[in-house]
Design a protein around this ligand. Structure first.
Ligand SMILES: Nc1ncnc2c1ncn2[C@@H]1O[C@H](COP(=O)(O)OP(=O)(O)OP(=O)(O)O)[C@@H](O)[C@H]1O
Length: 302
């Protein structure tokens, strides 16, 4: 007889845009009730940090798979508690950007993402570490982390205010100097942003590191220099069509470790798009193949 697997679904009720909140729970019931080899439970998060706590408890009880039902923030919380454990990460993307799920080719449609949970393959992938925090897709400093912090401070959500605030703040943003130490060299930059990427994209197919591979034991250190707003608008399509390397203001380096030192004081950085306040020095490294995640298998027809 086949051994039963146990799944815990962690649903973030505020992820993504406001529609279809209940229906995802119904879809999960419909798709799993008839599945005789899987026992499952659904829990909603009640506050930021709750997903991390629920996933930690599940891993301690050897739950087979913990599924993050939300965006990159929810995924980061769940995955952070599964690093180095035997419990596998699953994802049903429900965020606005879904950068990590898109990078792993996990379908955005719930039913198809569920097929991956049921019949996909378990893959061991790399984990990034930035000081005491883990990241799974991208982390970094600069304009995007700054905007993220503004967004969080004002409790804003959704792509339209993001676009509006992004353009407005582009004119106000005061550039900071950073020293990057990596591969035995030291580089001083005054960038628009610095991203350390384990996977290619931020979300919405905005691809900052087309070279990034999630299981190669390497991170891509990407530096984007400042541009006029006109130039940025002209070059924007390169971010979305996977050709960022054609942008003159863009450079990237393959690293296993990098130290990012701010010139003056502590400041904001982000892990998978979630802003955090950090000290002047950020130490970043890669932990090769430290987490298991369910991804589409080669033979899985979606
Ligand atoms: N019940 C809750 N109430 C308020 N905030 C919550 C709750 N549960 C989780 N959160 C927080 O919600 C934030 C946003 O979640 P998430 O990133 O999953 O969605 P998103 O921002 O829509 O997606 P994406 O990052 O892909 O754009 C996270 O910082 C998480 O800690």
């Amino acid at each position: 007889m086949m051994e039963k697997r146990t799944f815990l679904f962690i649903l973030n009720p505020i992820s993504g845009l406001k529609k279809n909140k209940k229906s995802i729970e119904q879809i999960i019931h419909k798709e799993f009730q008839a599945h005789s080899t899987i026992d499952y439970q659904i829990q909603y998060t009640q506050f930021p940090g709750h997903a991390r706590q629920l996933a930690r408890e599940a891993a301690a009880q050897n739950v087979s798979v913990v599924v993050a039902v939300g965006g990159d923030g929810t995924m980061n919380e769940v995955a952070s508690s599964l690093v180095g454990t035997g419990t596998v990460l699953g994802i049903i993307p429900r965020g606005s950007g879904n950068g990590y799920a898109r990078s792993l080719k996990i379908p955005l449609k719930a039913k198809q993402a569920i097929r991956v949970l049921q019949y996909g393959q378990v893959k061991q992938v790399d984990v990034g570490k930035i000081n005491e925090y883990y990241f799974f897709g991208v982390a970094g400093v600069g304009f995007d982390a700054y905007i993220g912090a503004q967004f969080q401070a004002f409790g804003l959500r959704g792509p339209l205010p993001y676009f509006y605030i992004g353009v407005r703040e582009y004119f106000r943003y005061s550039y900071e100097g950073f020293t990057l130490k990596f591969n035995g060299q030291s580089l001083h930059v005054n960038p628009l942003l610095i991203t350390v990427a384990n996977t290619p994209q931020y979300g919405m197919n905005a691809t900052i590191a087309p070279q990034a591979k999630v299981d190669d034991g390497i991170l891509e250190l990407c530096v984007l220099n400042p541009m006029s707003v006109f130039k940025a608008a002209m070059e924007l399509h390169h971010l979305f069509d996977g050709t960022i390397e054609k942008v003159k203001a863009y450079r990237h380096f393959s690293v296993k470790e990098v130290e990012i030192e701010r010139e003056y004081e502590k400041g904001v950085f982000h892990t998978d798009g979630e802003p955090r306040m950090g000290p002047r020095v950020l130490k970043i490294s890669v932990l090769p193949q430290k987490i298991k995640v369910l991804v589409p298998g080669e033979k899985l027809k979606l």
